[in-house]
Design a binder for this molecule. Structure first.
Ligand SMILES: Cc1cc2nc3c(=O)[nH]c(=O)nc-3n(C[C@H](O)[C@H](O)[C@H](O)COP(=O)(O)OP(=O)(O)OC[C@H]3O[C@@H](n4cnc5c(N)ncnc54)[C@H](O)[C@@H]3O)c2cc1C
Length: 383
């Protein structure tokens, strides 16, 4: 860890200290968006670490962004309320026009504009993104968007959304990944004018929603890059998303391990600390080793990305290993706490629910294994 990141981590930890378990429990109980936390993170500039300095950000890389989100989670907070602002940026930064960057990035960097939503998943296509049915059809100076998305998070708390839609039917393109395009949708004007947002309650407080598009007019100037090339554009964002969510999982795992270690040392049963029993101590130790190994893969993936090198395999492996480490650490932490692991006031059950998501989103473990099996090891694809 460099001194620079140590400073970032300390500053993030200080900010997070103002948002203790009580704050997150209350929001979780009523499923309220943690606006105060997100505002504090945005005001401090931490959500703008990936935005170049010329547009008002810090111009740092994914390694720095990873440090921010890992620290948020290690402190017991939850970056899910705002992490998309960091990874959606990649698409805009790399493929947006100069005009788009000048229009949006300085405002996003200053916290005046929120780019928190990334609309890809659909009810009928699921993981098979090339089969999305949401279409965008050119109509003069506009595209007309129709279709449906599901599990699109933070749309009620974001000003802008990056949307993936089909601009050429799948049966009229050379490759299934061709013919999809990315648009910047201004949610402030879209809602009520062709876009309906419906909240979707989930097992944790995640502000996710269903979206219904009915002929929504999106200005043609909001197309990002070239028409039909959108899938390739979002892959960069997806690699950053995997690395950053892996960092959050590492932060979660470290929080669970610290919590379990402290409780195992304090809690006396049968006249001795429960952590003296190897049945309690060894699972925590194993989980620690697993977490540290996963953290190395996360660092490797982030360094490759920052160095401009290919990182698809490493980003996927980092996400899977870190999500496995946090799931295991969560389970060990609940077990160490006995009945108290289920009591709200310990925050363990809440964090357990929150970290469980990362076995499924943003890409499920099976799909990562399939990527490794076919793209990295060259075995035949099962689908
Ligand atoms: C809380 C939450 C927030 C989310 N936020 C967003 C968001 O902001 N934006 C967005 O676009 N999406 C979001 N998602 C969607 C998420 O990315 C998807 O749920 C995820 O990609 C899986 O898609 P699916 O739910 O359609 O599962 P399906 O594709 O239906 O898969 C179901 C299960 O089958 C497995 N499976 C499918 N095909 C295969 C195969 N060929 N081989 C082996 N196993 C297979 C999968 O691994 C999975 O375990 C969110 C989801 C949740 C739950």
């Amino acid at each position: 860890m460099t001194a620079e990141f140590a400073e970032i981590r300390e500053a993030v930890a200080r900010l997070c200290a103002d948002f203790p378990g009580r704050y997150w429990r209350e929001r979780d109980r009523v499923r309220a968006y943690p606006k105060e936390f997100v505002d504090a993170l945005a005001d401090s500039g931490f959500l703008a670490v990936l935005i170049p300095e010329e547009y008002g950000g810090s111009g740092l890389g994914v390694r720095a962004a990873s440090a921010v989100l890992e620290e948020v989670h290690r402190s017991g907070c939850n970056g899910a309320a705002c992490h998309a602002q960091m990874y959606t940026m990649g698409t805009l930064l790399k493929h947006g026009s100069d005009a788009q960057k000048r229009q949006y990035l300085p405002q996003i960097a200053s916290g005046g504009l929120r780019l928190q939503a990334f609309g890809v998943t659909e009810p009928t296509s699921g993981t098979d993104t090339t089969r999305i049915r949401t279409t965008a059809v050119r109509d003069g100076d506009f595209y007309r968007v129709s279709g449906q998305k599901v599990f699109i998070s933070r749309t009620e708390h974001s000003d802008l959304m990056l949307l993936l839609a089909r601009t050429t039917p799948r049966d009229r393109v050379a490759k299934p990944t061709d013919g999809m395009s990315v648009f910047i949708v201004d949610l402030r004007t879209a809602v009520g004018n062709g876009l309906t947002i419906k909240p979707l309650a989930t097992m944790m407080n995640h502000a996710t929603t269903e979206l219904f598009f009915d002929n929504l007019a999106v200005p043609a100037e909001n197309l990002v890059g070239l028409e039909g090339k959108g899938f390739g554009y979002i892959l960069d964002s997806m690699n950053v998303e995997r690395i950053l969510i892996a960092s959050e999982c590492i932060g979660d795992a470290r929080w669970f391990i610290a919590k379990a270690t402290a409780y195992a040392t304090e809690r006396q049963v049968f006249g001795r600390p429960i952590g003296q029993n190897q049945g309690i101590q060894f699972p925590i130790a194993r989980s620690y080793a697993q977490t540290e190994a996963a953290a190395l893969m996360v660092q490797k993936a982030a360094a490759l990305f920052d160095g401009g090198e290919k990182c698809g395999a490493e980003a996927n492996m980092a996400k899977m290993l870190a999500a496995d480490a946090s799931k295991e650490a969560a389970d060990v932490c609940v077990q160490t706490h006995g009945g108290y692991g289920f009591a709200e006031e310990y925050d363990v059950e809440r964090k357990f629910r929150e970290t469980r998501l990362y076995q499924v989103a943003p890409v499920s473990t099976n799909l990562i294994l399939s990527y490794i099996g076919t793209h990295v090891l060259g075995m035949p694809k099962s689908f």
